[in-house]
Design a binder for this molecule. Structure first.
Ligand code: SF4
Length: 453
């Protein structure tokens, strides 16, 4: 692609080119069939294994796919592979990872002069397809924008979907359209059939300079608020021999990001430690009740200074309501273990905004954080309002209103400040918007997009 002449376009081109140049990995382009767009920033996009996995998977089936991401200053949107502008692609495939990203999809269409809602477009416009985690629990709202929504694991119908992208008129059970609104949720039964391994390493990823490998999909638990624990069933894992084989082909100097809903629930823990013992790794997520000395020592050897856990609540009462299956003893044991192996920094995630919560339950969040500080940790807590989502045990439940959440937030803030704990609250406004989009029907989503995009 020749560099653009207009200085405004060149600025945008240069941003994408610099990010692309910083990537190490497979970049070959097989043509200009499909623009695969993550409607979020580059760093969020490249932190997801799907960003390269979907491209690579489709490309194995003969579909040329190039990657794009969202930036609110962009007008052209250049591909990371060949730096060609988005206008040149006939199919725009979006990965909807987070509810509010639907607004960025609408913004991209708006900037490109394409009608946002599918009912207003004609065959001369690009075909819009949306997939990704949000469509697992709400596909009717995205269908107002998209011509098609693919629900579930792409691997299940990869062959059929590739043919569809190449223009074949083919029915796919997981592909919803306005003519076919009742579509199934595709769940890949065996992860070992197509082990998901990334092909891009970026210094801008949350998994900085790491190659991502998904060792588990779905979760064996069923925490009340969690979509993964409800809709991605059964939990599926890479067998140790598959993992061993994959890792033996990756040069030793490449660090690995191991992805799973909870790495601590991987059924073959001893084998996992054995396979990874001489690698530099980080884990996407660990449960406190499953932490072992071996896992934590592996992280320390990999140069990790801090570890992240999610007690979700300070009191047993709220943890039980959230069905977290985590006891005070589990938490105490995990905190002690972390100190024993040498960690001095910890990040803890909490949820607040549960109906049954009293001041005492909120005080328990602060107490738990202060207790960790007393044990020797530099503690950082992240606090998020509870967002009831469809498909979970909280389906149909109302989210607490902004006023109540603000009161709880300021109560918690005072306690944490007094205890010398550093904290970060997720925006209440954005969380309420996320709740509205997650639960939106066909009419509500149109109103939300018209109002916020
Ligand atoms: S353990 Fe984590 S991933 Fe599994 S259901 Fe609970 S919150 Fe979800």
């Amino acid at each position: 692609m020749r560099r653009p002449r207009r200085s405004e376009d060149y600025k945008e081109y240069k941003i994408v080119k610099d990010l692309s140049d910083a990537e190490i990995g497979f970049k070959e382009s097989k043509g200009l069939d499909v623009a695969f767009i993550f409607p979020n920033s580059y760093s969020v996009a490249v932190s997801s294994l799907a960003f390269s996995w979907v491209r690579d998977l489709l490309s194995k089936y003969g579909v040329g796919v190039e990657r794009f991401f969202y930036d609110k200053t962009f007008k052209k949107f250049y591909s990371l592979e060949t730096l060609r502008p988005l206008d040149e692609y006939g199919i725009w495939l979006f990965s909807l990872q987070f509810e509010t990203d639907i607004l960025n999809i609408a913004r991209i269409l708006k900037v490109k002069g394409i009608p946002i809602f599918s009912r207003d477009r004609n065959p001369n416009h690009p075909r819009i397809i949306i997939g990704g985690p949000v469509t697992y629990f709400n596909y009717k709202a995205p269908l107002q924008i998209a011509d098609y929504v693919y629900r579930g694991d792409l691997e299940v119908y990869i062959n059929e979907f590739s043919q569809f992208l190449k223009g074949e008129d083919i029915e796919i059970p997981a592909l919803c359209s306005h003519e076919r609104e009742n579509c199934e949720l595709a769940i890949l039964r065996d992860l070992n059939l197509m082990p998901p391994v990334g092909s891009i390493i970026s210094p801008y990823s949350e998994f900085k300079n790491k190659l991502l490998i998904e060792i588990g999909r779905g979760c064996i638990r069923r925490c009340a608020f969690c979509m993964i624990g409800h809709l991605q069933k059964p939990a599926r894992f890479l067998r140790p021999e598959t993992l061993k084989d994959i890792i033996s082909k990756i040069p030793k100097n490449i660090s690995l990001g191991i992805i799973s809903a909870t790495v601590t629930d991987y059924p073959w823990q001893d084998e996992l430690i054995d396979i990874l013992h001489d690698r530099r790794v980080s884990f996407s997520s660990m449960r406190m009740d499953g932490l072992t000395e071996d896992l934590l020592r592996l992280l320390i050897r990999s140069g990790q200074k801090s570890f992240t856990v999610a007690p979700e609540a300070g009191s047993q009462k709220i943890r039980d309501i959230l069905r977290k299956d985590l006891t005070d003893d589990d938490i105490e044991r995990a905190l002690k273990l972390g100190i024993e192996v040498g960690f001095r920094k910890i990040k803890m995630y909490f949820i607040y905004g549960v109906d049954e919560e009293t001041e005492r339950d909120l005080e328990d969040i602060a107490k738990l954080s202060i207790n960790a500080k007393k044990m020797g940790y530099d503690v950082r807590v992240s606090l998020n309002p509870l967002i009831p989502k469809p498909g979970t045990s909280l389906e149909g439940k109302k989210m607490e209103d902004a006023k109540t959440l603000e009161e709880k937030k300021s109560f918690l803030k005072d306690l944490l400040k007094k205890g010398g704990i550093s904290f970060q609250f997720e925006s209440i406004k954005k969380s309420i918007l996320q709740y509205k989009i997650a639960n939106a029907d066909e009419n509500e989503i149109v109103e939300i997009i018209n109002r916020y995009a």
